[in-house]
Design a protein around this ligand. Structure first.
Ligand code: PLP
Length: 371
């Protein structure tokens, strides 16, 4: 056995995206104890910076020590009790996982379905809210990475509250890449991931809970079935001021990586990061359209950080992707579900959202398709 030396790739798929060298080197710094005062100080800074980029004052804002899927489970397992009626909007893979979370917790999932590639329909959600006055939660995906569609989180949350529901929002791909305002849009429980538009490594899930969500959590009739994800316990570990108690061993070096990624996004400015993602998307879009390649999602619903395009007639999906990987060290994503073999998903997330990556992708695709 020998040391593993991965090839150097350009990651333009659905995540993980390119990790910035500053973040890689931050993770190589010496490991210290997770209750060391120096580490505790870094944890507090991390929480403060997460509040800034989520645009929230929520006290309960912190990184879960596990990937985005664990952030999803944290939201659902803390907020959904057996018998709860939860309206789940499904317009792609990740909405389906939300439904799976609800039913495994003994909740009743009411499905609002939209075509894959479309945004979640506010009209359909309103109908479901009218038909189910006993529903207590609405869940939806802000940025559906499986299709590249963006839903209007502000309108969907407003509707949910009009019908006395709290909201669970998947922002794994949106945080840092597109406009997101937790307090202004009144999002109650939100989870994200570090490996998409935060330019960092996979493995951490920032979350935030509003007062409304905490009220639902604190008035539960039954204990939370997951010990690891039970926020009542996790809060004792992450809460400021209170004397921290051991809950689990934080992934110390990975959190150095998240901390550095937050330093970088604050240096850039979170709004500037949204603008950068949009500009590079437009560059890529213009280049692809000039090659005759069309987008799956209609213009007004497109995510700048995840570009789903229809595979041109005559192109061999697997062959093209493997040529890009082997000859150009360039990774793009395959289609999922109904779009397997029909679309490519080209990510421009975080540090990968750079002009030189757009140029590389366009020229590599042009040469490959030309053959
Ligand atoms: C990537 C992703 C997830 C899952 O995150 P992991 O870190 O892979 O667990 C959840 N939701 C959306 C929308 C995603 O893009």
């Amino acid at each position: 056995m020998q040391s593993f030396n991965p090839p150097v790739r350009t990651l333009m798929g659905p995540g993980p995206a390119d990790v910035h060298p500053r973040i890689l080197s931050a993770m190589a710094r010496p490991t210290i104890g997770h209750l060391d005062p120096a580490f505790v100080g870094m944890m507090d800074e991390t929480k403060g910076a997460l509040k800034i980029i989520f645009k929230t004052e929520n006290e309960l804002t912190m990184p879960v020590s596990a990937p985005g899927s664990a952030g999803m489970e944290t939201c659902f397992s803390n907020l959904v009790e057996s018998g709860d009626k939860v309206i789940v909007c499904i317009n792609g893979v990740f909405g389906m996982r939300m439904k799976e979370n609800v039913t495994r917790l003994g909740g009743e999932a009411i499905i609002v379905e939209d075509n894959w590639g479309d945004a979640v329909s506010a009209d359909k959600l309103e109908q479901a809210l009218k038909n189910n006055p006993d529903a207590s939660i609405v869940a939806f995906v802000h940025a559906e990475t499986s299709t590249g569609a963006q839903s209007d989180a502000k309108i969907l949350c407003k509707l949910a509250h009009q019908y006395d529901c709290i909201t669970i929002v998947d922002a794994v791909t949106s945080l840092g890449g597109t406009e997101l305002r937790v307090d202004e849009w009144e999002i109650d429980a939100i989870y994200s991931g570090t490996q998409k538009c935060l330019s960092a490594m996979p493995g951490i899930s920032p979350i935030s809970f509003s007062e409304r969500a905490i009220k639902k959590l604190s008035t539960r009739k039954t204990p939370i079935s997951s010990w690891f994800l039970d926020l009542n316990l996790v809060m004792g570990y992450w809460s400021e001021g209170a004397k921290r108690t051991y809950h689990h061993t934080a992934p110390v070096n990975t959190l150095y990586g998240l901390h550095e990624s937050l330093v970088m996004i604050l240096e850039e400015g979170v709004e500037n990061s949204w603008v950068r993602h949009q500009k590079n998307h437009e560059l890529l879009r213009d280049g692809l359209e000039a090659m005759g390649i069309n987008f799956l999602v209609k213009k007004e619903d497109r995510l700048p950080q995840l570009n789903s395009v229809l595979i041109p007639d005559g192109a061999d999906d697997a062959q093209v992707r493997s040529t890009l990987l082997n000859d150009y060290n360039l990774e793009i994503g395959a289609g999922l579900g109904v779009y397997a073999g029909k679309v490519w998903r080209i990510g421009l997330m975080g540090y990968a959202s750079r002009k030189e990556n757009v140029t590389l992708c366009l020229s590599a695709l042009k040469e490959t398709l030309g053959k």
